[in-house]
Design a protein. Structure first.
Length: 134
């Protein structure tokens, strides 16, 4: 019988898959954005043409499994190149929208600090709190 994955392994896998989905959504948004230069958008288009074409770096029929992996690698690398070569402010805006944050600051301003709640606290068991220490 196989061993069940640990909780941390499940979280790590879910985090990886969530990141892949987020990157795919980002790539799709960048492809549709007019602020991204057309030559950058040709990179993923070229990857799709490569997938459709009968020419392959590693032939699928000769090396089953390995041939599909090179296709996947080409797709992922083209999506990464699209993100890396796109204007950083455009990428940041789309990422903020995907994650759910809204950008309200001007360019050049430092990002706002994370929200927090400021409350007074005291340590139980310290002197003067009425709770006997250990």
């Amino acid at each position: 019988m196989s061993k069940l994955p640990s909780r941390s392994e499940v979280k790590e896998t879910a985090g990886f898959l969530g990141n892949v989905v987020r990157q795919a959504r980002l790539a799709w948004r960048l492809l549709r954005d007019r602020r991204v230069p057309a030559w950058i958008k040709l990179i993923p288009v070229g990857a799709v043409i490569y997938l459709i074409s009968p020419i392959d770096l590693i032939p699928d029929l000769i090396f089953p499994g390995l041939g599909e992996l090179d296709d996947l690698a080409i797709l992922l690398l083209s999506a990464k190149a699209l993100v890396d070569l796109s204007p950083p402010d455009v990428v940041r805006q789309h990422l903020d929208q995907i994650i759910g944050r809204r950008r309200t600051r001007e360019a050049g301003e430092p990002p706002p600090s994370e929200p927090y709640i400021e409350v007074p606290y005291r340590v139980a068991g310290s002197e003067g709190d009425g709770i006997p220490g250990k």
